[in-house]
Write a protein that binds this ligand. Structure first.
Ligand SMILES: [Zn+2]
Length: 247
């Protein structure tokens, strides 16, 4: 099965900033099969919330070796030292993508496209394309979705500024992106299919509950825009994962 070599590639070469990896529950130790670390004998309570980030010195962006020795078994410390903390603190989506693309297999595991760029998985992969087609955003050949991530993002951004899109529709696109990303992960890592209809419905429901939860008391729409973006994907697209991107 296509996903297999991909999953086996738990052997990362870099751990990024460590902000996205929980120390005790995630398989980040590059053993024969990636696995969670083994605690040093003196470690009693294993805080489930502790992140790999805590073991990286923020002044040097290098591992805090004495701290590693305190927490983990010596063999695991050696393995950890083989991982490279990234110097730039790139986050979530892009970082995950970059590390996933470090292997030899860059194909899209959903449709077989030779390269799964960010733009591909969010806009052009057939399941994603169908979500956009079902959405309130108009599909315009060559314009949206296009092969340029910048064009797609600016289309969504400017489209939402237009008068004819009512508020609930306006706010939905970050959720659509997020749920497309989640559906893609569910498929790749858990083999679970989500239909484009479900992806879109989930996005709309989440957008709506966020909107209700953040509704300004005086019903003044101007306040809505001042609110922070929803938690979820880091939609800032940067890094090297997308070949469409001029850098
Ligand atoms: Zn695809």
């Amino acid at each position: 099965m296509a996903a297999k070599p991909f999953l086996k590639m738990g052997l990362r070469k870099t751990i990024g900033s460590g902000l996205n990896t929980r120390v005790w529950s995630e398989s980040w130790i590059p053993d024969l099969r990636a696995r969670p670390p083994r605690a040093a004998p003196q470690i009693g309570f294993r805080d489930p919330g502790i992140l790999v980030y805590s073991f990286i010195r923020q002044d040097t962006k290098q591992w805090d070796v004495p701290l590693l020795r305190e927490f983990f078994q010596p063999e695991d410390v050696s393995l950890i030292l083989g991982l490279r903390p990234s110097r730039t603190c790139c986050v979530a989506t892009c970082q995950n993508l970059t590390y996933r693309h470090m292997g030899s297999d860059k194909r899209c595991l959903r449709c077989g496209d030779p390269e799964e760029s960010i733009n591909h998985l969010l806009f052009l992969c057939p399941p994603a394309l169908q979500v956009w087609a079902l959405s309130d955003f108009p599909s315009l050949p060559g314009v949206f979705p296009s092969t340029s991530i910048y064009q797609n993002m600016s289309f969504l951004f400017w489209k939402t500024k237009e008068q004819d899109m009512t508020d609930p529709q306006k706010d939905v696109y970050p959720w659509i992106l997020w749920f497309i990303w989640k559906a893609r992960n569910e498929k790749i890592f858990n083999g679970k299919e989500s239909s484009p209809e479900d992806t879109l419905i989930h996005a709309k429901v989440e957008a709506e509950s966020w909107r209700l939860a953040n509704q300004p008391e005086d019903d003044d729409d101007a306040h809505v825009e001042a609110l922070p973006p929803p938690s979820g994907p880091d939609i800032t697209i940067r890094g090297t994962a997308d070949p469409d991107m001029p850098d």
